[in-house]
Design a protein around this ligand. Structure first.
Ligand SMILES: [Zn+2]
Length: 255
């Protein structure tokens, strides 16, 4: 029963995250209405056409008015948010950790999808995330404001080093400042030990996908690949399954 509530709540949050993903790059407020409109015909989307998953399926993924196809991203984000909330619930139960993980995951979904689309990580997403990480460290198991602050600096320092080294060695941007800020904000949530483990997981994922893209010739050696989504994936793995990967490096969260 609890699991069902958490899943449905995840769908509703996912629906709001879709609004954020659409509006933040366009610089439209996410809290202040205007109501949602179809991007094509500008018709206002009624509440009954805005029910997560259900409406998408009933309308066959099309606008009721002009029949324009609605991006499957909307459905994907809702289901992904729900699944991640459920996994966090199964791991942490109803607890401060579940609350923190849900907030962190919500921000990360928005950041990853915007980065994927626009190759840009917005300060309005990473700055609040860093502050929340520091605040939540008071009540997350095994964390403390000090660990959180050191985590913030660790994440930031590692990625700043990579960014500068890349600029010196390759003379082009291998890592943007957005990635540095994101790594720092995640570090504030994870604490420094888990941040180091997260970086290892992230680069492993990045290397595997990078090689696949090169082999399948989807990307050339110098094409930019947004790194934010990998940081986000690495963090999901650390929060949900960190203890299976590392013993020593991973206190807090998984104890
Ligand atoms: Zn329409």
């Amino acid at each position: 029963m609890e699991a069902a509530i958490v899943s449905v709540f995840g769908l509703l949050v996912g629906s709001f995250l879709n609004v954020c993903i659409y509006r933040i790059p366009k610089n439209i407020s996410v809290v202040y209405l205007p109501k949602s409109h179809c991007p094509k015909c500008k018709n206002e989307i009624k509440w009954y056409d805005n029910i997560p998953v259900v409406s998408f399926l009933i309308l066959g993924g099309r606008c009721r008015n002009c029949k324009t196809k609605i991006s499957p991203r909307y459905l994907t984000v809702e289901l992904l948010t729900s699944a991640l909330f459920l996994l966090a619930y199964l791991k942490f139960g109803f607890s401060p950790e579940l609350f923190s993980a849900a907030i962190l995951f919500s921000f990360l979904i928005v950041i990853a999808l915007i980065d994927f689309k626009t190759q840009y990580i917005y300060d309005v997403t990473v700055v609040p995330l860093a502050i929340l990480g520091l605040l939540f460290s008071y009540f997350v198991r095994g964390q403390s404001p000090l660990l959180s602050l050191v985590g913030f600096l660790t994440g930031g320092a590692i990625f700043l080093t990579i960014a500068y080294a890349g600029r010196l060695l390759y003379k082009f941007e291998v890592m943007g400042m957005g990635d540095v800020k994101l790594a720092a904000a995640i570090g504030a949530f994870l604490g420094w030990q888990s941040t180091i483990a997260m970086v290892i997981v992230t680069f492993t994922l990045g290397c595997i996908v990078g090689l696949l893209l090169l082999i399948t010739k989807k990307k050339g050696g110098k094409d930019p690949v947004p790194f934010g989504p990998f940081l986000v994936l690495g963090t999901f793995v650390m929060i949900l399954a960190g203890e299976k990967l590392t013993g020593l490096l991973n206190p807090g969260w998984n104890n």
